[in-house]
Design a protein around this ligand. Sequence first.
Ligand code: FAD
Length: 401
Amino acid sequence: MNSNDKYEVIIAGGGPAGSSAAINLATRGARVLLIEQTRFPRPKLCGEFISPECVTLFEKLGVADQMIAALPSKLSETVFYSRSGHSARVPSEWFGAIGIALGLSRAEMDERLLRRAIDAGAQVVEETQVTNLIIENSTVRGVTVKQNGVEAKFMSAVTIDATGRTRALLRHANSNEHPRRDRAPMVAFKAHLENTGVMPGACEIYFYKSGYGGLSSIENGLSNLCFIVSAREARACGANADRVMREVVCQNRRAQETLRSARLQSPWLGVSLEGFGRYSVAPLHGLLAIGDAASFIDPFTGSGMLMALQSGELVADQIGKYLQSASTNLGQLRSDYSAAYDETFDSRLKICSLLRKAAFVPGLAEVAVRAFGASEKIRRAMARATRRRRAKPFSFLRRTG
Ligand SMILES: Cc1cc2nc3c(=O)[nH]c(=O)nc-3n(C[C@H](O)[C@H](O)[C@H](O)COP(=O)(O)OP(=O)(O)OC[C@H]3O[C@@H](n4cnc5c(N)ncnc54)[C@H](O)[C@@H]3O)c2cc1C
């Protein structure tokens, strides 16, 4: 890494969004620098449910064989359990693609994507934090970074924020915005467990009073448990994840059964969640956002990683056009990317926001799981709606007629 080098694209963050963008850009011949603050492989708080469409994207990214070599579990359905034990099944084949979802730890998945970015020709630096934007005349010209306490500057034609929910660069672009961790209304925890009673081949989702959690098999015979609770409930359990699991998650009858004899196989990870939804995807000339930095979709739709991979591809398409055309300027890139982003993701974000509201209304999840459990037609339409490109509001309801 030499700070005199000038890059066509700098990407901050090496999660699935950043790696997808790096692979897509580098394979087109762009000069790319990806900067990641940690050293991979590293654990990551996530449900580790990789939806079937991601498998098709892994093939396009040239990383499918590496993923299969990690021996992920194959998940053929997701089963939603209400607190009292009613269930609704959503087969993975309803999402098209190969019809099988994967259960694989983020340590394995993210590492394989990042190494593929290097093979594709991207320059990758780990253990280096992007600390600020270099802005001239309201246009982003590059970033400042810190590595082992030493600061450096890197210049680029376009900069991408792929730093996940921290949105490290977007926060600098909008200096009025400050992290609100102290007021975060929700908390999420995750750990790897052994000896759970999860159904083989299923991702199980449990609803309880103040949230929901997911349990599914991953590699090496382990299960991943990841759950969201209100910050109030977490505080009432002394912020002790083990207690939250026993006292809150196990309010769900099915979770009580599957977690009864479970043993912890990794330390708990915990994060506070400020909220969900859309942010500005192109806040300044020369700065574009992808993955969770652009929008955070509710996790129980199992499509956060899908959106991360897809938005990496989308941004690469738009930047590729910009780099090749002498007549396209940064203003045009900004509006083209925003329009393409809306076209691809707006509809599913709206549907998922409605589903989320239902999940957090006390008692409504119980009614919804019973209603969806009774009608395959509604379940199928709802599952497809969580992936749909632009659509008229509520058109999925009419189609079930
Ligand atoms: C509780 C929970 C459960 C979930 N379960 C699922 C699930 O089962 N299936 C699913 O598809 N999605 C799930 N998601 C969503 C999924 O985790 C995200 O959508 C996905 O990780 C987004 O990828 P990303 O690359 O945008 O961000 P991230 O994966 O967060 O990657 C961002 C990277 O940027 C790096 N970084 C941050 N700041 C800087 C900086 N300043 N400089 C350099 N690097 C930086 C970080 O170290 C990190 O590696 C879940 C999310 C939550 C909260």
